[in-house]
Write a protein that binds this ligand. Structure first.
Ligand SMILES: [Cu+2]
Length: 480
């Protein structure tokens, strides 16, 4: 099939070349030179410019009508302002677009070349320069001022009673976190991320769990390094040589030692200890050789290439650094004496969908585990990058419930959605989360059903309850 298409293209090209040869031949037969272009030719080209302009505008307007809308009316307070800003910008852009393109094509058509007409030479005009510098400057300044005002509406400080929701992105899904009854998000630390603690929430238990996991990994790598056959054999050889060397070259060795100590005028003292040191050293060396022999016979023995051995050493170093960072996590109190390590215990973590109450200001805090993602909620006219290591935020107030929006759009299937709007990897297309906007009561009922971080299935539940304050544990029990 591909071959056939290629053949058609090649034959088409050959035909075109032949046709142009025939055309040139016919011109020279009529006694005209090739570069002579008649006025009729020029007029035709001018008309073609106008025809192109008409088709160009028609396709532009078609695309605008069919793809130019968000599909939903703005469902947040600031969304109205975002749409106004967008429409204002577009109105300016379209105006300039139509003026410039109309002039371009219309001039090309009107002033096609005619032998009896001479163009006017026009070098410079201060008034013109002034007009096309000052007007765009004013328009741009207005756009920037308008844009900053709308931006500040979204990113300004949230009200004290605003609901706070954390959105956590990773390849390739979203997790939402609600701060729980204490109103504070528990501290999070990426060093604590384990399968059981996907957000790395800091609690005494989380730290213990992460440490246990990392100790296990360190022990495994250490074993692989310590039991490497080549290195054990080399060490054994060196030890044996040292033992033999000690027996033969006793004098020399002793002399070195003596010299060292002699600097401090403790030569005699050093010499006294010398024989004793030697025996002790010999015992240590023999013990180690014996240990190595046992290790060489054990089934834990590993065989690694030099590169693999180095990689293991690197890995061990990184794991030890990781362990150190976990050990360095220090406890501190939020305002009001709430321990940062306890604040996370009642956090509610949800996946798949999250809910918001209508008419209530929400402050979103964004975190990312791996790469830059972008939290995009088109119906709310809201978007923010989520950046590893740099929490980002914005606030918004949803104004239309999911149910109302379904009626407005006459689409019972409609749902608000949170999308990833940065191409972040293979499953980026599927990185989304449903958002439900509902009444205050519905929202409260939904939230009460969500598990608290440390109060889900698991045997260590009673332990946890002891750790939280009395007031909190009442709430915890109530929600169970
Ligand atoms: Cu993503």
């Amino acid at each position: 099939m591909k071959l056939l298409i290629l053949l058609v293209v090649v034959l088409g090209l050959v035909a075109a070349v032949q046709l142009s040869k025939v055309y040139q031949l016919s011109i020279s037969l009529r006694g005209k030179r090739e570069e002579d272009i008649s006025e009729a030719d020029n007029r035709l080209n001018g008309g073609a410019f106008l025809a192109f302009m008409a088709v160009f505008y028609a396709s532009f307007i078609y695309l605008l009508v069919y793809y130019g809308s968000y599909g939903t009316p703005p469902a947040t307070e600031h969304g109205v302002a975002v749409d106004q800003l967008m429409n204002f910008n577009m109105a300016i852009i379209f105006t300039v677009f139509f003026i410039v393109n109309t002039l371009l094509f219309w001039f090309a058509a009107k002033y096609y070349y005619r032998a009896d007409r001479k163009a006017r030479f026009f070098a410079h005009d201060n008034r013109l320069e002034l007009v096309w510098t000052v007007i765009p400057s004013i328009v741009l300044a207005v756009i920037i001022a308008f844009g900053l005002r709308t931006w500040n509406q979204m990113t300004g400080d949230a009200a004290d009673d605003a609901l706070r929701v954390e959105l956590y992105s990773k390849q390739f899904d979203w997790t939402a976190r609600y701060p729980g009854n204490d109103g504070e998000f528990g501290l999070a630390n990426y060093n604590l991320i384990t399968p059981m603690n996907a957000l790395g929430i800091v609690t005494a238990d989380g730290i213990a769990e992460a440490l246990e996991e990392i100790e296990g990994k360190i022990a495994k790598v250490e074993r692989e390094i310590f039991y490497e056959k080549g290195h054990l054999l080399a060490e054994r050889e060196a030890l044996v040589a040292q033992l033999a060397g000690d027996d033969h070259g006793h004098g020399g060795h002793g002399h070195d030692d003596h010299g060292d100590h002699g600097h401090d005028d403790h030569g005699d003292h050093g010499h006294d200890d010398h024989g004793h040191d030697d025996d002790a050293l010999k015992a240590v060396l023999e013990a180690r050789i014996h240990e190595i022999d046992e290790m060489l016979a054990s089934d834990k023995l590993t065989i690694l290439t030099d590169a693999a051995y180095e990689a293991k050493e690197d890995k061990l170093y990184r794991l030890q650094r990781h362990r150190q960072r976990i050990q360095e996590i220090r406890e501190f109190d939020f305002d009001g004496n709430l321990s940062a390590w306890e604040a996370g215990m009642d956090d509610r973590i949800v996946k798949g969908e999250f809910h918001l109450p209508v008419g209530q200001e929400v402050e979103f805090v964004f975190r990312s585990r791996d790469v830059i993602h972008s939290a995009y909620m088109p119906a709310f006219r809201a978007q923010m990058n989520t950046v590893p290591g740099v929490p980002t935020r914005f606030k918004m107030t949803p104004t239309i419930t999911t149910d109302s929006m379904r009626m407005v759009l006459n689409d019972p299937e409609f749902d608000y959605v949170l999308l990833c709007n940065k191409v972040c990897g293979a499953a980026h297309f599927n990185m989304q989360m449903k958002v439900i906007v509902e009444t205050e009561e519905q929202y409260a009922a939904w939230l009460a059903e969500q598990d608290e971080f440390l109060v889900k299935e698991g045997s260590d539940e009673p332990e946890m309850e002891q750790a939280v304050t009395t007031e909190e544990s009442t709430n915890v029990t109530a929600s169970l």
